[in-house]
Ligand binder design. Structure first.
Ligand SMILES: Nc1ncnc2c1ncn2[C@@H]1O[C@H](COP(=O)(O)OP(=O)(O)OP(=O)(O)O)[C@@H](O)[C@H]1O
Length: 232
């Protein structure tokens, strides 16, 4: 199994009150598969993803990614794991405004262990001609494609996407989802994606429904739908 989360618990201190955000979450995802975490606002989706991405630490429970037990890593090891193994994509693209498209991607490829070729990646995301453009010169969908290029240039084992189409219109969203699906097929990258949108779950091998810090349902699809055919 590529990802195995067992009985994961996490609380945050809100003033004097301790609030339990994850109340014993368990899930599994196989290598090369796409998983979607569905759930209402505040159900703990980002918190769960942050733990799997090594951004935050568990209180108790276990997270294994490709055989590595994250809960036992020290800070330096966790940083190495994040840098070498995980690509992140967010709703807001977080590009550096005064760097060109190519330079935004170089920021990551320069520190990657085994980076992919920038031109190849730009071609894969359909932005070969925009290499020298600045983010402000691009549409929202194009900016998200740059963010995807930046996330995949280090050839991560795991791609974590937090509402990747949250700021995009329907057609552009389908383009971005199709791109993610193609990358998954071509590079074998395991993808875990957060969304509010139940329709997006149809393209996933596994859908985890999160409610108030608990997985209330796990749905495994025998067959997945092409992102181009998803409708909402
Ligand atoms: N660093 C933090 N410190 C304190 N509380 C936090 C922290 N991170 C998250 N929380 C709280 O944990 C709960 C779950 O937040 P989380 O962001 O994981 O939910 P979510 O399902 O991703 O929501 P959304 O869809 O709105 O992004 C919220 O009540 C939030 O206020």
């Amino acid at each position: 199994m590529f990802i195995t989360v067992k009985n994961l618990k996490k609380s945050y201190n809100a003033g004097k009150n301790k609030s339990e955000v994850l109340k014993g979450v368990s899930l599994t995802l196989e290598k090369g598969q796409t998983g979607v975490i569905l759930g209402p606002s505040g159900s703990g989706k980002s918190t769960l993803m942050n733990m799997i991405g090594g951004v935050d630490r568990v209180d108790s429970g276990s997270i294994q990614v490709d055989g590595l037990e994250l809960s036992t890593l020290d800070d330096a090891q966790l940083t190495d794991y994040r840098r070498d193994s995980v690509g992140f994509i967010f709703q807001f693209y977080n590009l550096v405004p005064n760097l060109t498209v190519a330079e935004n991607i170089e920021v990551v490829s320069n520190i990657a262990k085994t980076p992919l070729d920038i031109d190849t990646v730009l071609k894969a995301v359909g932005l070969a001609g925009k290499k020298r453009s600045f983010p402000r010169e691009l549409s929202g969908g194009e900016q998200q494609r740059v963010a995807i290029a930046r996330a995949i240039v280090k050839n991560p084992k795991l791609l974590l996407c937090d509402e990747p189409t949250g700021a995009l219109d329907y057609e552009t969203s389908r383009g971005v989802l199709t791109l993610l699906q193609n990358l998954n097929a071509e590079l074998g990258t395991t993808i875990l994606m957060i969304t509010h949108n139940t329709a997006i779950g149809e393209m996933a091998n596994v859908v985890y429904k999160l409610r108030s810090g608990e997985i209330v349902e796990t749905i495994r699809h025998e067959e997945t739908i092409s992102a181009e055919r998803i409708e909402w």
